[in-house]
Ligand binder design. Structure first.
Ligand code: KIV
Ligand code: NA
Length: 278
C-alpha cells in the first residue's frame, strides 16, 4: 500500500470517491488509523486542545508539531500525513514560512502541511509548492484566530463572508493548494465552494456537500475528559468511559488486594525454591 498523493486526491474528487481523513497525534492513534484504511492522517494542532490540555491552539509550537508528527509517521508509514503549521509559524515572509514548513517535512516526516487562511497566503503557498511542499488550505472557522474572531462561530452566513469564502477558495487553488479544509461553514456554501474549485474540499461541520471529511480522533471515540458534545461530531465509541471504568476497577483491585493474583506473579522454579525453606 502506498500513501496517497495530491494528484491522486484530485482524481478521487473527479471520480466522486469520498476522502476519509482524520487526526492522529501519536504512534497508536496513527497505527489504528492506518489499519482502518484512513485516506489521509492530519496531525492537527488540535493536539493543543485534546492532547496537551490548552484552551486554544495558539500555544502549540513548531517543535510540538514535529515531535507528534514523528510519532505518527512511525505508526503509519503507508498513509499520507499532513501536519498543521501552528500559530505564527507562517504569515511571515515566504522564506521564513518555507523554512518552518521544511522542518515539518524533514524533521517530522510529513508529506504536506496545512495553513489556515485565504488569499493573503497566496505568496507563501506559491513559494512552498514551488519548493515541493504540498499545501492544504483551511477556510471557515480558523481556530488559530479564535481570539480575534471571538469564539467558535459558524462561518458563511453573511453575504460579505460568503463572497470572501468563495474568493479565498479560488485564491488557494490558484496559489497551488491541493485541497481545502472547510470548518464550520454552512452546508450550501461548502457545497458551492466544492463545485467552484477543482481541488478537493474536506469538511468538518460543513455539511454533506464536501469531497471528504475530517474529524478529531478524540471526538470520534470520545477520548478525554474535556470532550464536549458537538453538533457536527458523530461519536462512534465511548473510549473515555471505558478507560475511566477500567482505571477505577484497577484502583479498587489494588486497594482490596484483588490484583495481582497468583497468575500475575513469577514463581521460582525447582531447586532455588528450596533456598527459602526453613
Ligand atoms: O487541528 C485540527 O484537528 C484541524 C481539523 C479540525 C481540520 O485543523
Ligand atoms: Na488545526
Amino acid at each position: 500500500k502506498h500513501a496517497l498523493t495530491p494528484p491522486r486526491l484530485k482524481t478521487m474528487k473527479q471520480q466522486g470517491a469520498r476522502i476519509a481523513m482524520m487526526t492522529a497525534y501519536d504512534y497508536p492513534s496513527a497505527q489504528l488509523s492506518e489499519e482502518a484504511e484512513v485516506d489521509v492522517i492530519l496531525v492537527g494542532d488540535s493536539l493543543g486542545n485534546v492532547v496537551l490540555g490548552y484552551d486554544t491552539t495558539v500555544p502549540v509550537t513548531l517543535n510540538d508539531m514535529i515531535y507528534h508528527t514523528r510519532a505518527v509517521m512511525r505508526g503509519a508509514a503507508s498513509t499520507m500525513i499532513v501536519t498543521d503549521m501552528p500559530f505564527a509559524t507562517y504569515r511571515l515572509t515566504p522564506q521564513e514560512t518555507l523554512r518552518n514548513a521544511a522542518r515539518i517535512m524533514q524533521e517530522g516526516g510529513a508529506h504536506a502541511v496545512k495553513m489556515e487562511g485565504g488569499a493573503e497566503l497566496s505568496d507563501e503557498i506559491k513559494r512552498l509548492t514551488e519548493a515541493g511542499i504540498p499545501v492544504l488550505g483551511h477556510l471557515g472557522l480558523t481556530p488559530q484566530s479564535v481570539l480575534q474572531i471571538g469564539g467558535y462561530k459558524i462561518q458563511g452566513k453573511a453575504e460579505k463572508e460568503i463572497e470572501k469564502l468563495l474568493s479565498d477558495a479560488k485564491a488557494l487553488e490558484a496559489a497551488g493548494a491541493f485541497g481545502i479544509v472547510l470548518e464550520l461553514v454552512t452546508e450550501p456554501i461548502a457545497e458551492a465552494i466544492t463545485r467552484a474549485v477543482g481541488i478537493p474540499t474536506i469538511g468538518i461541520g460543513a455539511g454533506r456537500g464536501c469531497d471528504g471529511q475530517v474529524i478529531v480522533y478524540h471526538d470520534l471515540i470520545r477520548y478525554g475528559s474535556n470532550i464536549r458534545d458537538k453538533r457536527f461530531v458523530k461519536t462512534y465509541a465511548d473510549v473515555g468511559a471505558a478507560i475511566r471504568t477500567a482505571i477505577g476497577e484497577y484502583v479498587q483491585d489494588v486497594k482490596t488486594g484483588a490484583f495481582p493474583e497468583e497468575k500475575h506473579g513469577f514463581p521460582l522454579d525447582g531447586d532455588s525454591a528450596r533456598l527459602l525453606e526453613g
